[in-house]
Design a protein around this ligand. Structure first.
Ligand code: FE2
Length: 182
């Protein structure tokens, strides 16, 4: 049984890298995330270069592009600015696909009632966020992650900060939610 660690966030405005769990914690299951169009795999990141399971996912889903980004103050140019940018609430016109090869990170997504769900990602976690979902990204208190970025075809990194409700992809996403994304 594949599990994922996710929870509804509290409302405190303390440091974004803190877990922000509610008290008591209100966990969110993988099934609930799937209803929002978020999909998840647990892989063996030690063999990512030759992993047949990763290869199959890429082939099945058409993830032809990949690169690796190391997010750490010594490796990422404009580290502080980039982190601020990643934490702005935004959407993309395409799926966001990330595979954590090392370190830790949080992806936050808005549910259908606009509540924040925080998804904890560590080594071996591969996630896809659907086009049109409002989300953001932060490092944890460990301040380091190494992630593979995957994409169908030529990568487009353009992010549209909220409000971006006028985009067709946003409308499509919302419609898909009410119909139930399977
Ligand atoms: Fe994004």
């Amino acid at each position: 049984m594949v599990s994922i660690e996710a929870w509804f966030m509290d409302d405190s405005d303390e440091e974004q890298r803190m877990p922000h769990k509610r008290n008591p914690n209100e966990p969110v299951s993988l099934e609930e995330l799937e209803k929002l169009g978020v999909f998840y795999w647990k892989l063996d990141a030690d063999i990512y270069e030759t992993d047949p399971v990763l290869e199959k996912i890429r082939k099945d889903r058409g993830y032809s592009y990949s690169d690796i980004i190391t997010i750490h103050k010594d490796t990422l140019p404009n580290y502080e600015d980039k982190l601020k940018m990643f934490f702005e609430v935004h959407l993309h016109l395409d799926d966001e696909i990330r595979y954590i090869l090392d370190g830790r990170a949080y992806f936050d997504v808005r549910d259908r009632e606009d509540r924040w769900i925080r998804i904890s990602m560590s080594k071996g976690d591969l996630i896809t966020l659907p086009a049109g979902i409002y989300h953001r990204f932060t490092l944890t208190e460990t301040n380091y992650t190494k992630a593979m970025r995957l994409f169908v075809g030529e990568p487009v990194w353009k992010a549209y900060n909220r409000p971006a409700d006028e985009f067709e992809i946003r409308q499509k996403y919302i419609e898909g939610l009410s119909g139930g994304i399977e």
